[in-house]
Design a binder for this molecule. Structure first.
Ligand code: NI
Ligand code: MN
Length: 243
């Protein structure tokens, strides 16, 4: 399983059989100016909510790659209205079979509206089970007690949590969230992109260390290979990518 960071909350997760792109806000992010969106070729795009710092380049990438776009009902409706018809609407509580594995749509406590102010439905997060891996992408959210449910439903290998404070939880609450979902490996997101969410990297990583957890702050454009021994992760690797 390979993770690539494109800044803010944008990640590409390559499961070995499928490329999943999360919240691709890239060309308008000055910190991601070296990222070429033409070189990103996802099979699937997952959108946590309608805010522009998440929807970002979705239409361009989805149309070019004919990617299947997952998101809240109102978000995929907006994508369709804007000319891309390959979508799958969901809402929190949904747990479905997808081409790449299983996909759960989780609750997030935040708001959700498009750039023009139109309604974006409820913000969401996702849990993905794919090729023996399990991970949580929280989206923009506060810390919630509901996160404890995820630990009852999944055995997570790693999770993407917002840590920038102000619009989402900060790193201290994110560390508690990691405890709630029972996952030691956290990849930080939603920090440094604009003034309100700048964080002290050292303080954040040390806080996690003190709590016997691991916070990874990836370099923009950087790739991380997740390894584990307990599952034959390559089991489905030769499976053809379904459209
Ligand atoms: Ni937001
Ligand atoms: Mn945001």
């Amino acid at each position: 399983m390979q993770l690539t960071y494109y800044g803010h909350s944008a990640f590409l997760v390559d499961t070995g059989t499928h490329k999943l792109l999360f919240d691709p806000y890239i060309t308008e992010n000055p910190l991601a100016k070296d990222i070429d969106i033409e070189a990103i070729n996802p099979d699937v795009i997952l959108l946590s909510h309608a805010h522009n710092d998440h929807v970002g380049d979705t239409l361009d990438i989805a149309k070019r790659c004919n990617a299947l776009v997952y998101g809240a009902y109102e978000v995929t409706g907006w994508v369709e209205k804007n000319g891309h018809k390959r979508t799958r609407p969901m809402n929190p509580g949904g747990f479905i079979e997808a081409d790449f594995g299983k996909l759960r749509c989780t609750m997030a406590v935040h708001s959700s509206s498009f750039k023009d102010g139109s309604y974006g439905g409820n913000p969401v997060g996702f849990v993905i089970e794919s090729n023996g891996w399990s991970f949580y992408y929280a989206g923009d959210t506060a810390l919630t007690m509901d996160m404890q449910l995820i630990a009852k439903q999944h055995k997570l290998d790693f999770c993407f949590l917002p840590i920038g404070n102000n619009f989402t939880m900060g790193y201290e609450d994110a560390c508690l969230a990691a405890e709630f979902v029972k996952c030691k490996k956290v990849i930080g997101m939603h920090y440094d992109t604009f003034g309100f969410i700048e964080i002290d990297h050292k303080k954040a990583t040390q806080h996690f260390k003190r709590k016997q957890r691991e916070l990874t702050l990836m370099e923009i454009g950087g790739t991380l290979t997740q390894k584990k021994s307990r599952v034959a992760a390559g089991k489905n690797v030769s499976r053809k990518i379904g459209r």
